[in-house]
Ligand binder design. Structure first.
Ligand code: FMN
Length: 178
């Protein structure tokens, strides 16, 4: 299986570590994995020109067409991102906006998402519920098949490394995917 992991954090942080943990597990099972860190990509904001609605591609000349091709050529797409104000960060949301008029081509692909927020326990639940609802909506629009998701609780960059039990949950998702 070909897997593309897309990280939506603007820093070298927990989301990236979680994504690499997941991808390593999938690679160890013989899958072909690739990672895209949106923070390192030239990705302009959607201008709302709606040209894509006729051409089915984006007129902006940046890295989006390259990233979309990678998504298209994958069997499993993984998003990993921090929770910002009970939502995904702008980097991640912009990637979604930029798939306008062509996301239909991703229909039936397998999908996993990993999210991380600073809040813990009961305090984290309302924000996690918001993000879950947002993601379910996007998954429905795209027609993806949700294979698993995980909400981690960590704040400082790399703090997630101190929580092997959380990383184990991420590995578990990978182990169950066929
Ligand atoms: C602008 C901003 C907004 C944030 N909003 C939330 C939030 O709503 N809920 C939460 O639990 N954590 C929030 N956080 C904390 C981050 O989600 C947390 O630090 C996370 O570990 C960052 O992941 P990263 O290391 O992958 O960037 C916010 C952080 C920033 C910078």
């Amino acid at each position: 299986m070909k897997i593309i992991g897309i990280c939506g954090s603007p820093r070298d942080g927990n989301s990236e570590y979680m994504l690499r943990t997941f991808l390593k597990e999938m690679q160890d099972k013989g899958n072909q994995v690739e990672i895209v860190l949106l923070k390192n990509e030239n990705l302009l904001f959607c201008t709302g020109c709606q040209t894509c609605e006729t051409t089915k591609t984006c007129r902006l000349t940046d890295n989006m067409n390259k990233i979309f091709s990678k998504m298209l050529n994958s069997d499993l797409i993984v998003f990993s991102f921090p929770i910002y104000f009970d939502y995904m960060p702008a980097l991640m949301k912009n990637l979604i906006d930029r798939t306008n008029s062509r996301y239909e081509k991703l229909k039936n692909k397998k999908f996993v998402f990993l999210a991380v927020g600073a809040l813990k326990g009961k305090e984290a639940k309302p924000g996690q519920k918001m993000v879950l609802d947002q993601m379910k909506d996007i998954i429905g629009i795209y027609g993806l098949k949700l294979e698993g998701y995980y909400f981690a609780e960590a704040n400082k960059p790399g703090e997630i490394k101190n929580y092997p039990e959380q990383l184990e949950k991420i590995k578990d998702i990978a182990r169950k995917i066929k």
